[in-house]
Design a protein around this ligand. Structure first.
Ligand SMILES: O=C(O)CCC(=O)C(=O)O
Ligand SMILES: [Fe+2]
Length: 321
């Protein structure tokens, strides 16, 4: 059932109908509003006051929470810039092995390397080939484990923001220790999987989406269960907690607004406006904006260790899925 839905939403011809895709923030019968445990929390720069957040639980998927974009446009740009200009830098690992060595040898960032490519065609090709960066505990994709020997500092701004969001949602003890930043050029997909490499599989996953919209499939603990499809747009947050923490999920489609019902408006409205401040003055917003017009970025944050656990248990650890 999961694979059938994945193939349906991935298909180019014929393209899928979005009729059954649940838009966050709508009056959809499957979106149950949940009251915030800490709606009175004091505000945090770049986020709306929690009393204004719209938080839902997806019916049939207990623990699967979605927060309608609580970010200001300036904060959206801030996180996009961090994901492009800062995070793909040494010592973080990226999928671009060749570039990774160059970045380490030359001591530049991925973004700086991108700017040195003069041919627009080659530049876009290089930009589109960035698919992931790991933060904090670096993930070993081959062995499907985190590596105690490669525990890097978790970016403090991201850690602070995630801890705040977690606390507002009632997860005061959540500790951000690893993140996978996923980069999806339009048309890219992420196949069905569960995330079970963490020693603590009870702590929720926090997933932040920026840029172009995506269809996100959430199923059950087996691939036989029929998934639901939700539409994630820039700034939306997904929390996989409780019974949904170990459920199958996938991203079968990253698209542009043109493919979506017009009532949803334009994604760019979520990151345009306010002052044009950027976290770094060596980054041109127009370059970031160009990238984000054909891409989605997802920051997927995990707690790896159990409460009071100091280091990874080398023996345990997860097998592939
Ligand atoms: O891109 C997404 O929304 C999901 C990413 C994901 O599931 C993962 O990184 O494990
Ligand atoms: Fe995942």
């Amino acid at each position: 059932m999961f694979q059938t839905a994945f193939k349906y939403y991935k298909a180019k011809t014929p393209p899928p109908s979005f009729g059954e895709v649940i838009p966050i923030g709508s009056n959809h019968p499957k979106l149950e509003s949940v009251p915030l445990p800490h709606a009175d929390a004091k505000s945090f720069t770049g986020l709306l006051p929690p009393s204004e957040w719209k938080v839902y639980e997806l019916s049939g998927h207990p623990g699967l929470l979605v927060v309608l974009n609580p970010f200001t446009p300036t904060a959206q740009r801030y996180w996009m810039v961090r994901c492009l200009a800062d995070y793909p830098s040494h010592p973080n690992t990226t999928n671009q092995i060749g570039a990774r060595q160059l970045i380490e040898d030359v001591g530049c960032s991925w973004w700086e390397l991108l700017q040195t490519i003069r041919s627009p065609v080659e530049q876009r090709k290089f930009a589109k080939s960035l698919r992931w960066v790991t933060l904090g505990y670096q993930y070993d994709w081959t062995r499907k484990v985190y590596d105690e020997a490669r525990r890097e500092a978790f970016p403090s701004d991201l850690g602070t923001m995630v801890r705040y969001v977690a606390a507002v949602l009632g997860y005061d003890r959540f500790s951000p220790e690893a993140a996978i930043v996923n980069y999806y050029p339009i048309g890219a997909t992420l196949a069905g999987h569960t995330d079970h490499s963490e020693d603590d599989q009870t702590a929720p996953l926090f997933s932040f989406s920026f840029g172009q919209p995506a269809v996100f499939l959430i199923g059950g603990t087996s691939r036989e269960e029929r998934p639901d499809a939700i539409l994630l747009r820039s700034g939306d947050i997904v929390v996989m907690s409780g019974a949904s923490r170990l459920c199958y999920h996938a991203v079968p489609r990253v698209c542009t607004d043109v493919e979506l019902p017009a009532v949803l408006g334009t994604s760019a409205a979520r990151w345009q406006g306010e002052d044009a401040a950027l976290p770094r003055d060596d980054v041109l917003w127009s370059d970031v904006e160009q990238y984000i017009q054909y891409s989605r970025i997802n920051i997927n944050v995990r707690q790896v260790l159990k409460a009071n656990q100091q280091t990874l248990q080398r023996s345990g650890c997860a097998s592939a899925s």
